[in-house]
Ligand binder design. Structure first.
Ligand SMILES: *[C@@H]1O[C@H](CO)[C@@H](O)[C@H](O)[C@H]1NC(C)=O
Ligand SMILES: *[C@@H]1O[C@H](CO)[C@@H](O)[C@H](O)[C@H]1NC(C)=O
Ligand SMILES: *[C@@H]1O[C@H](CO)[C@@H](O)[C@H](O)[C@H]1NC(C)=O
Ligand SMILES: *[C@@H]1O[C@H](CO)[C@@H](O)[C@H](O)[C@H]1NC(C)=O
Ligand SMILES: *[C@@H]1O[C@H](CO)[C@@H](O)[C@H](O)[C@H]1NC(C)=O
Ligand SMILES: *[C@@H]1O[C@H](CO)[C@@H](O)[C@H](O)[C@H]1NC(C)=O
Length: 580
């Protein structure tokens, strides 16, 4: 199996999950957190073959109860919550409609499936809100730590609220179908999922709390989501305002974008200057060398990077993007964040003595460095050495490099394949987010220009064989998403929180392409300085140890949410019955 670059998306995400479960045992007592799970959603890397192999290794390790040994460069280190916390929070199941869309009826028509959730009512006081955290495109059990620390716990404690983690259909264990064939994926749309949350809020009876009126008719419901889940929070508040009293949309990608080359822009603009300059010039050089179409030069180049057996040139350059996804895996919390990006940059700005085959390459590229070819080549060789040591080694013994880094095979549609397949389907049908080089040759790029949308969307054509009742369109219909407001989406009691250095910022209302807005308690609009992907979601058990920017955003979130809840209580009817 191989994979495809952008499928990497899901793949990388999966890895995350991997990392999650792996570290679990060792960190059972830590308050976990994980977090950027989602985003990794579209991290532009891990091919399917590699994803599967790392996942398998992880499972094997889990069976041994050992800490993860798989160096997955793209994920934040996360701790497995499901083991650590399953004793604390019972898994619950809600009878959800298989379809909310009459045009795509379930069979039988009103069929339901079990949708997973967890809740914590320890802080609850009558009149307090119910705060739902969207599991996004991940196994939601990974987010259980947020019941104990981080945004859900913070808001529940501050408002006398109930924290709920709600799993997305087609992820984790919440499946309305028994396989993931193209036909079976027909109930997977963003709108179906936004409606799941609304139907839940309108109908849930929390076990043990039946004596309270806690549906959205009688209690203020607040929606929190990060990344794709953040976009859902924003859509939920604006499309179902009677169900959702308020929402916090963190790193909310409210704009679907087919060619999302701008993923790399925040990295290019905020990464260490010398490192970024080298990545730009190395990428251009690699394209030039591959452009000679000379077998000897090409294989010397691939060998320098430890990827000599990767047949396709595009698969080769795609593998070089793997370290870049570690930018997104950064977190202010060392327990969950990755420091791999800094290590990567540190190592590529140093000089490495070129090895034998590199000398041959040197002569092929003399004209690229007229002034000091030896010195320039030493930097290039460092890049090669880093990839050789840290990327090519991800491919386990027994697998060929084409099996790990290739992008031609996307097979498998059992529920087990949800880790790569569900989000890939959403990307191919509605979201896009194909991540590669800018198609405009005048724009600088830190990745190879062989990474075109044509290539990065290959998965969509290979993974989803047309079925009888459903097929994947030739291009994602981003209008299905962007009709809900895109960069302009706003609503009372809908907060947008973003990170200034988030690779996803170009898809959020804080995009440089979006209009400027004011930040008010009614429509909070906040940017975390130096922040990456939904950095407000996580928190420490001891908030005093959080960095200043994080304490600040949490304080502000508590302030506006308290005000929103007070507005609801001031309507004065909550204790006497339905308020609408
Ligand atoms: C499905 O549910 C709707 C709404 O509850 C109801 O009106 C309809 O009769 C049901 N249809 C079937 C076939 O059970
Ligand atoms: C997938 O599930 C559907 C519904 O259960 C079933 O009809 C179909 O045969 C399955 N597809 C495959 C290829 O197993
Ligand atoms: C719940 O609402 C009903 C009316 O809708 C009301 O009679 C009842 O007193 C409420 N219960 C509580 C605990 O507020
Ligand atoms: C590359 O392929 C050759 C020939 O099949 C094999 O001997 C070698 O071990 C492979 N190297 C890597 C790193 O996969
Ligand atoms: C990269 O590989 C080197 C050499 O094996 C190792 O020391 C380093 O920790 C690796 N870095 C990362 C981020 O995995
Ligand atoms: C794309 O989605 C929009 C909004 O749902 C819909 O009106 C339009 O027909 C869709 N376009 C295609 C080509 O399916």
């Amino acid at each position: 199996m191989r994979s495809c670059e952008r499928r990497a998306t899901s793949v990388a995400r999966v890895l995350l999950a991997l990392a999650l479960s792996g570290a679990a045992a060792a960190f059972r007592d830590q308050t976990a957190l994980n977090h950027n799970l989602d985003l990794v959603k579209n991290v532009p890397v891990l091919p399917l073959g590699l994803h599967r192999r790392l996942r398998q290794q992880q499972h094997d390790l889990d069976d041994d109860g050992a800490r993860t040994a798989v160096a997955d460069p793209t994920t934040q280190l996360v701790f497995d919550a499901s083991n650590a916390m399953k004793d604390d929070y019972e898994t619950r199941y809600f009878d959800q409609r298989v379809s909310h869309d009459l045009d795509v009826p379930a069979s039988p028509v009103n069929a339901t499936f079990k949708q997973r959730y967890w809740f914590d009512a320890q802080y609850y006081k009558p009149g307090g809100p119910v705060i739902l955290l969207d599991g996004g495109e991940t196994d939601a059990s990974e987010r259980m730590p947020f019941l104990r620390q981080g945004i859900l716990q913070i808001l529940a404690q501050a408002t006398g609220g109930i924290g709920v983690i709600f799993e997305h259909r087609y992820y984790g264990e919440s499946f309305p179908v028994t396989n993931l064939s193209t036909d079976s994926l027909r109930f997977l749309t963003t709108m179906q999922s936004v409606r799941d949350s609304a139907h839940f809020a309108e109908n849930i009876k929390f076990p043990g709390l039946e004596h309270y009126n806690l549906t959205s008719r009688d209690a203020p419901w607040l929606y929190y989501g990060g990344s794709y889940g953040g976009a859902k929070a924003a859509f939920a508040r604006s499309l179902f305002p009677k169900t959702w009293w308020g929402a916090i949309a963190s790193s909310a990608v409210t704009t679907a974008i087919e060619d999302y080359w701008e993923y790399y822009e925040p990295i290019r603009k905020n990464g260490p200057t010398e490192c970024i300059k080298l990545l730009e010039s190395h990428s251009a050089l690699i394209d030039k060398l591959l452009g000679f179409n000379n077998d000897f030069i090409t294989s010397s180049l691939k060998n320098l990077f430890g990827l000599g057996n990767v047949t396709s040139d595009v698969d080769f350059v795609n593998a070089l993007t793997i370290p870049l996804s570690t930018w997104q895996a950064r977190n202010w919390d060392r327990e969950v964040g990755s420091t791999a990006f800094a290590e990567f940059c540190d190592s590529i700005v140093t000089n490495t003595t070129p090895s034998e085959p590199a000398e041959h390459l040197l002569s092929a590229v003399q004209d690229a460095w007229p002034s000091n070819p030896g010195q320039a080549f030493a930097k290039f060789a460092s890049y090669g050495a880093y990839i050789k040591a840290n990327v090519s080694t991800l491919c386990p013994d027994g697998a060929t490099q084409d099996e790990c880094f290739g992008s031609d095979v996307y097979d498998g549609f059992s529920l087990e394949d949800a880790s790569w397949r569900s989000w890939s389907y959403q990307v191919c049908t509605e979201w896009g987010y194909f991540i590669g080089a800018p198609s405009d040759a005048d724009k600088p790029s830190i990745v190879s220009r062989l990474l075109t949308t044509e290539h990065t969307s290959k998965l969509c054509r290979l993974a989803f064989e047309p079925g009888k009742r459903n097929s994947v369109p030739s291009r994602p219909n981003v209008t299905a998403i962007n009709q809900w407001g895109s960069f302009d989406l706003e609503y009372d009691r809908l907060a947008f929180i973003d990170g200034a250095e988030d690779p996803w910022i170009y898809a959020t209302p804080h995009s440089p392409h979006a209009r400027k807005r004011r930040d008010t308690n009614k429509k909070p609009f906040k940017l975390i300085k130096g922040g990456v992907h939904h950095w407000d979601e996580n928190g420490l058990v001891d908030p005093e140890r959080e960095p200043k920017e994080i304490r600040k955003i949490h304080r502000e979130e508590v302030e506006f949410v308290k005000q929103w809840v007070k507005e609801w209580q001031d309507r004065g009817k909550w204790h006497t019955g339905p308020w609408r």
